[in-house]
Design a protein around this ligand. Structure first.
Ligand SMILES: Cc1cc2nc3c(=O)[nH]c(=O)nc-3n(C[C@H](O)[C@H](O)[C@H](O)COP(=O)(O)OP(=O)(O)OC[C@H]3O[C@@H](n4cnc5c(N)ncnc54)[C@H](O)[C@@H]3O)c2cc1C
Length: 357
């Protein structure tokens, strides 16, 4: 029988950041991740952006999330000998005069740290439509999510700590002191299953919903801009000279395949933003695990302390996962209470309602 501290189910951003955070604390893990369960992280464009939404407001908890994510991924680059972190300014053109006025009226000392003063708007004008000017963000950029996840997987594989399979829930045995899966015993099992959480018999009551999205790869002619541009849709310049552009938001869907509607929506967006011709060379789609209050969900099952969840990264897995993993690790190793706004406790009533019925 193999003994480890933790079994982690799922290796998207949530499972990967949790595994890495635990390894850094000298804990032992086995990660079980399923080939037939597609990860949202596989298609994520990797953007981290402190000023979000139509109203261009400072994102939740930015002061804590952004300095920490930069440190977390930079450390991963050193540990894993990879290049994954691409700090970049994000240029955000205003949609109209009203948006421009609103932004500066609502700007606080805190948001001013994240949004640079008037950028050189004219430098962008030959390539994109920006008649009302825009802002430029600090502490932003993108993560090469695929390379990050693959590198952590290689590290786990090298130490025999990775199982490439879909966890069979019926093979889990919970005892008072340990949980067993096949020939592995652990102190606890951590479910980091993204949207597939709805199939988990222990946590399916947690309100993780699916939000499907498409993302495109483009070639753009004569377009030298190296900043990310974000005007409802984002355009990210990649090291190989191509661009990623997205994304769509689809609540009703039947599968995780790319959609014609998504392709149309994003290319129409490209036509309104770009002044240069482009061709679409690829399209991908995935399902984001979203929660009604847009906060992560972290913590133990209400009646089974050996089963733990980390989920609900929604549209912001890159910026939320290092923070969420840190909260979880502090809880697991130090017994520190999980912040109320991200604790699974806020939904425990749903478990008891489901149990009663
Ligand atoms: C088109 C698109 C663009 C996006 N762009 C961005 C972006 O620019 N920036 C950003 O921050 N976020 C972005 N996101 C959101 C981001 O992808 C998610 O927030 C994040 O990836 C969620 O990570 P996760 O680990 O919770 O879930 P997932 O990535 O879905 O991972 C779930 C994992 O669980 C495994 N699994 C599930 N059930 C089982 C089981 N029973 N047994 C074994 N394994 C199991 C799966 O195989 C997978 O490894 C985007 C999403 C989409 C769809």
């Amino acid at each position: 029988m193999k003994q480890v501290d933790y079994i982690i189910v799922g290796q998207g951003l949530a499972g990967t950041c949790t595994a890495l955070s635990l390894l850094r604390e000298k804990q032992t893990v086995v990660v079980v991740a399923g080939a037939d369960k597609k990860a949202s992280s596989e298609v994520a464009a990797g953007l981290f952006n402190p000023i979000t939404g139509k109203k261009m407001v400072l994102t939740w908890n930015a002061k804590e999330l952004f300095p920490y994510l930069l440190q977390f991924y930079a450390q991963a680059e050193e540990e894993l000998k990879i290049k994954i972190l691409y700090p970049k300014k994000i240029y955000r053109p205003f949609s109209d005069m009203q948006a421009q006025n609103d932004f500066w009226a609502k700007s606080t000392e805190e948001s001013a740290v994240f949004a640079a003063a008037e950028p050189d708007n004219d430098a962008y004008t030959p390539y994109i439509n920006n008649p009302f000017g825009g802002i430029s963000t600090n502490f932003s950029g993108y993560l090469d999510v695929k390379t990050f996840i693959q590198a952590v997987q290689n590290k786990l594989q090298d130490s025999g700590a990775f199982m490439h399979e879909t966890l069979a829930y019926e093979d889990l045995i919970f005892e008072k002191e340990f949980v067993q899966y096949k020939d592995i015993r652990a102190k606890k099992i951590i479910f980091a299953e993204g949207y597939h959480n709805k199939e988990n018999p222990y946590f399916k009551w947690v309100p993780v919903q699916g939000m499907k999205g498409d993302v495109l790869t483009l070639d753009i002619e004569d377009y030298p801009l190296q900043d990310v541009v974000n005007k409802h849709f984002f355009i990210i310049p990649l090291p190989n000279g191509s661009f990623r552009m997205g994304s769509s938001y689809i609540r009703q869907f039947e599968d995780d395949l790319p959609t014609i509607a998504g392709l149309k929506e994003i290319t129409e967006g490209a036509n309104t933003i770009l002044k240069k011709p482009f061709v679409v060379t690829n399209q991908q789609a995935g399902i984001r695990p979203v929660v009604p209050d847009h906060r992560p969900i972290i913590g133990p099952h209400p009646e089974n302390p050996l089963a733990v969840i980390i989920n609900g990264l929604g549209t912001k897995g890159v910026s939320l996962s290092p923070f969420a993993a840190r909260e979880l690790v502090k809880f697991l190793l130090l017994g520190q209470e999980i912040d109320k706004s991200v604790s699974v406790n806020r939904f425990n009533y749903l478990y008891f309602i489901q149990k009663k019925n």
